[in-house]
Design a protein around this ligand. Structure first.
Ligand code: AMP
Length: 292
């Protein structure tokens, strides 16, 4: 008979490793008897979106490793590296409750020791003129740290959110181009009831900004419906941009792109289409995207 997990006991605290050497020892143990491994890379400040990635990882592999590392090399000097939310105790509790097998939480020095001088410069989707146009630093930093995480952990699969759609494409191409033998899996975006995509940065929003924020998703949905209904893409996007600006956002982009290459696309007949948006309200920059 299998034991029901109804006991009120606190879950076992997830083991945490902080050095590459300790990680390698832990991975050897986790891999015993050929168990498959999934990696979920995060920057901590975990919310239900991150936890849905963990659950997907648990369906795809026997063992799940979650990395928590706020990666300085993907933040520009004027960005929010030092103020990025850090909620270590809550993160460890949430991952323990989900029975995650290991947390990989290196220090900045462990990841980038003195003399560290390598950097991956991704092309292709990383130069699509979306996030890269506004955060030129970003994908080099992401590709480099994700390559390191994949090589350190050596997972069979790694799970990334569609919420960061361009990032998902960049990481998928990077792993393929560098022959890193991990399958990259995309996971659907988890949203608040009013449609706002969960994000660690939502914590920065004032009450008024929070009330305006669901406009992004509403406009994406309206644009997708109009485009599917035959409205010219440029018209649908122009109306959408005006609606987003009306509630107080400054738009970086609202674009229709090919869902695989992220190249501009003239019609939904030319391939799967994705709408992507980035906009700032107050000091907070939000991104979102949906399929058409
Ligand atoms: P972050 O810690 O923000 O870098 O995110 C870690 C991972 O969680 C990335 O793969 C994100 O795309 C993913 N993620 C962030 N927000 C969400 C969300 N609302 N739904 C699903 N995945 C998400």
């Amino acid at each position: 008979m299998t034991r029901r997990s109804t006991s009120p006991q606190k879950p076992r605290k997830v083991p945490v490793v902080r050095t590459v050497a300790a990680l390698r020892r832990a991975m050897t143990r986790l891999r015993a008897k050929g168990a498959t491994v999934a990696l979920v890379p995060t920057m901590g400040a975990l919310h239900a979106g991150h936890l849905s990635l963990v659950r997907l990882a648990q369906r795809r592999a026997r063992r799940v490793v979650v990395s928590i590392f706020v990666n300085p090399s993907q933040f520009a000097p004027n960005e929010d590296f030092s103020s990025y939310p850090r909620t270590w105790n809550d993160d460890v509790s949430a991952l323990s409750a989900l029975k995650v097998d290991l947390v990989w939480a290196p220090s900045v020095r462990e990841m980038y020791p003195d003399g560290f001088a390598a950097r991956i410069e991704p092309g292709g989707a990383a130069k699509a003129g979306l996030e890269d146009a506004f955060r030129p630093h970003f994908f080099g930093g992401v590709a480099t740290v994700v390559a390191k995480l994949l090589l350190q952990v050596g997972p069979d699969v790694a799970v990334f959110g569609e919420k960061d759609f361009q990032q998902l494409k960049v990481v998928t191409a990077m792993a393929r181009d560098l022959d890193i033998p991990a399958k990259i899996i995309g996971a659907p975006t988890v949203r608040e009831k009013d449609g706002l995509a969960l994000s660690s940065r939502n914590a920065y929003l004032s009450q008024g900004e929070r009330a305006a924020a669901p406009t992004l998703y509403r406009v994406l949905k309206d644009c997708a419906a109009h485009i599917k209904g035959g409205r010219p893409i440029v018209d649908a996007l122009a109306v959408g941009r005006a609606q987003i600006e009306r509630v107080g956002f400054a738009i970086d982009y609202l674009e229709a792109r090919h869902a695989e290459t992220l190249a501009p696309i003239a019609s939904p007949k030319d391939g799967p289409m994705r709408l992507l948006v980035a906009a700032k309200i107050g000091r907070t920059r939000l991104i979102d995207n949906i399929a058409v």
